[in-house]
Design a protein around this ligand. Structure first.
Ligand code: AVJ
Length: 332
């Protein structure tokens, strides 16, 4: 079953509003969620296999080691995954929550009944839901096409639920947006339900920049894909190859910033929203921030949102953290 909260019409209006706001701003910006059409989702999957892009492998290592522990600590009956994409890593969690090691037959079935993947990409969601349904007989798969900053209000499934937000996608939100997001997750959960959060950690800037500027140029294609999305959906005439990929480490804010730099002066028409925009030679359009975290910072943000700490795990090289948070103060 798939609930579509982001209808094509809603998505079109949201993209139009975002494109208008971002392309008329100074400096210009576009929100990262618009990367993920079918091709963008595929390019991201390709990124996760690049030698430079360690976060996916680091998080998988933690999930492999901790899925059983997560099951024991939470007793989850429902797993909600926000920004689920291909749901590849989710299988490790599903295996743990259903009381079996990867590939093993369940020794004792876990209490998990329902999986709720939520993603903006309908194509990625349908593929993932189909594959999980086939491989996990008896599991109710209730997909939601939606935006995790907007459509959290009606998450289906029996309590206790675990809301998983993996991959470090939380880093795409600005600090204020993050606070709002954590508060809205807390609001939909009852005391005693859980948030499982993946955060990439602050580390050597060379390692970080390489992860966002790979030598095969896949991230550059992923970045430019947002212009293809505007061309197709808003009838824009961006000359995609006239924009260069830029990834920089902002040491003060502790985030990676991705930009598209206009190689020369250009004017671009966006007919569907009646816009003509000018780019100066060398002008940069900001397309994504990917914040990196420290344990103290994550703890402070989650405490402020009304969660208490459940667990903090890192990979063997301390590059990435997976943390578990219980909705409610320690007394609730
Ligand atoms: C999918 C948001 C976790 O920020 O690392 C990968 C997206 N951007 N390479 C990230 C991304 C450039 C990714 N997230």
């Amino acid at each position: 079953m798939i609930d579509v909260h982001l209808t094509p019409d809603h998505a079109f209006r949201a993209l139009s509003a975002d494109a208008r706001a971002g392309l008329t701003a100074d400096p210009k910006w576009l929100a990262p969620k618009w990367f993920y059409d079918a091709r963008g989702s595929e390019l991201f999957e390709e990124i996760t296999r690049l030698p430079e892009y360690y976060p996916t492998r680091a998080e998988r290592e933690i999930l492999e080691a901790r899925a059983g522990e997560i099951a024991r600590l939470t007793g989850a009956r429902t797993l909600v995954e926000l920004g689920s994409g291909s749901s590849e890593k989710t299988r490790l969690l599903l295996d743990g929550l259903r009381g079996r090691g990867a590939g093993e037959a369940p020794a004792e079935p876990g209490p998990l009944t329902t999986f709720v993947p939520l993603d903006v990409s309908e194509s990625a969601l349908r593929d993932a839901a189909r594959a999980i349904t086939a491989d996990y007989p008896g599991l109710v798969v209730h997909g939601v096409v939606g935006d995790f900053t907007e459509h959290l209000d009606r998450l289906p499934g029996d309590a206790p639920r675990v809301v998983a937000f993996l991959g470090g996608t939380i880093g795409n939100l600005l600090p204020d947006e993050r606070a709002e997001f954590f508060a809205s997750v807390r609001e939909v959960l009852e005391p005693g339900e859980w948030l499982l959060l993946g955060t990439d950690l602050v580390k050597d800037p060379d390692v970080l920049v390489a992860a966002y500027d790979d030598s095969a140029g896949v991230t550059a294609e992923f970045n430019r894909n947002v212009l293809r999305v505007l061309n197709r959906r808003l009838g824009a005439d961006f000359e995609v190859d006239a924009f260069s990929h830029v990834a920089v480490w902002d040491a003060e804010n502790e985030w990676i910033e991705m930009h598209l730099r206009a190689d020369r002066a250009m004017s671009v028409l966006v007919p569907q929203i009646g816009l003509e925009i000018e780019f100066a030679a060398g002008e940069e359009l900001s397309t994504e921030i990917s914040a990196k975290f420290r344990r103290e910072g994550v703890e402070a943000e989650l405490d402020k949102a009304g969660f208490s700490p459940g667990a903090w795990w890192t990979d063997s090289e301390d590059r990435f953290a997976l943390s578990l948070w219980r909705a409610g103060s320690v007394h609730e």
